[in-house]
Design a protein around this ligand. Structure first.
Ligand code: TYD
Length: 229
């Protein structure tokens, strides 16, 4: 595996999707081959699963079902998209990965971590990020941003402050238990300011010099991949 796998994590309203895009653009401009992708989603079947999970009528989905659906999308994503991109030496920027399940289905919904970890191992075949970035923000700030923003509000946004407090604590507990490979970025601030913080962390941790490990893709190929999100 010659690429570098970055997972962006965070609670609602942390601005992850914007930061994922800004980071991918910065990496591209620095000459890296970049894949920008997201979970749930990133493949045809994964986007269909995303629709099932985030559709307005999805309230009835039980925590166990939810866990398996996220894992199903992830299993497809790992094999169809992430592993080939990493094998080709690309930098992968993924908007959410396994830690979202540990934080939302574990911390938020209260499912046991051991079971969740077993499901993750099966779904991913053990593929873990090289760098996990938590965009951290007080829950009230994140929810206010999200509810005021243009994005459709899904059922998770309405799950309540206590749920989101548990999600945030779960992320912070995961990091406290095993800080290696994590970086916490303060997500309070305008997108450009937060973006600079993200880039600083990534520039420090990224071991590859631009293009050193990438395959024979042309610039146009790489640009297309960034735009297909
Ligand atoms: P999305 O609209 O992408 O929200 P965000 O912009 O906050 O990422 O919806 C993804 C939702 O799915 C988000 O509320 C978190 C949730 N989720 C889980 O609960 N478990 C998971 O494993 C993943 C990947 C996402």
């Amino acid at each position: 595996m010659t690429g570098f796998f970055i997972a962006l994590e965070g609670s609602e309203g942390a601005g992850k999707s914007t930061q994922a895009r800004l980071l991918a653009e910065w990496l591209e401009a620095a000459g890296h081959s970049v894949l920008l992708t997201r979970e749930p989603g990133g493949t045809d079947v994964g986007e269909q699963v995303r629709h099932v999970l985030l559709a307005p009528g999805a309230y009835a989905i039980l925590p166990e079902t939810e866990t398996l659906l996220y894992a199903a999308a992830r299993a497809q994503h790992v094999r169809e998209v992430l592993l080939p991109a990493l094998a080709a030496g690309w930098v992968v920027v993924c908007d959410r990965y396994v830690d979202s399940t540990l934080a939302y289905q574990g911390g938020g919904r209260g499912l046991p971590l051991t079971a969740l970890l077993q499901v993750q191992e099966f779904a991913t075949g053990g593929l873990l990020p090289d760098l996990r970035l938590l965009l951290d923000l007080p829950v009230n700030v994140g929810l206010a941003r999200r509810l005021a923003g243009p994005d459709a509000v899904n059922h998770l946004d309405r799950a309540g402050v206590a749920f989101h407090e548990r999600v945030r604590s779960a992320y912070l507990d995961l990091i406290a238990a095993d800080p290696a490979g994590w970086a916490v970025v303060d997500a309070d601030g305008p997108p450009e300011v937060v973006g600079k913080r993200v880039v600083e962390v990534v520039a420090e941790r990224l071991p590859m010099s631009p293009r050193a490990d990438s395959d024979g893709l042309t610039r146009d190929d790489r640009a297309t991949v960034v735009e297909t999100r």
